[in-house]
Design a protein around this ligand. Structure first.
Ligand SMILES: [Mg+2]
Length: 123
């Protein structure tokens, strides 16, 4: 199963990727902003889950999610948003844009694991 992790923080990407690796998912692509993430997704339409940050340069995560959902190939792609924007309005905006679940920073690997498994179970 191929996954895509998009975050402008290399430290955050490392944490997410090592957590996924411990869950047995080694086939992980990464991008440092939404624009690069979108390019990688287009080159790899077989990606089966998108995990994206919200605040990033070039293209933010919310814009990326809206772009992804507008594309017929990715209508059902499971998406987890990782964000510091934990306010109610932000969460509603993210869900409305089409994310399946979200994680508020700071988070533990256990939380990422739980959300990941939850989204896989409902996808
Ligand atoms: Mg960020």
């Amino acid at each position: 199963m191929k996954l895509l992790v998009v975050d402008d923080s290399s430290t955050m990407r490392r944490i997410i990727i090592s957590t996924l690796s411990r869950l047995g998912y080694e086939d992980v692509l990464e991008a440092e902003d939404g624009a690069k993430g979108w390019d990688i997704l287009n080159d790899n339409p077989d990606v089966e889950m998108l995990i994206t940050d919200w605040n990033m340069p070039e293209m933010d995560g919310l814009t990326l999610v809206k772009k992804v959902r507008k594309d017929a190939r990715f209508v059902h792609l499971p998406i987890i948003m990782i964000t510091t924007e934990g306010g109610k309005l932000e969460v509603i905006a993210a869900l409305k844009a089409g994310v399946n679940n979200y994680i508020v920073k700071p988070f533990t690997p256990q939380v990422l694991k739980e959300k990941f498994m939850a989204v896989l179970g409902t996808a």
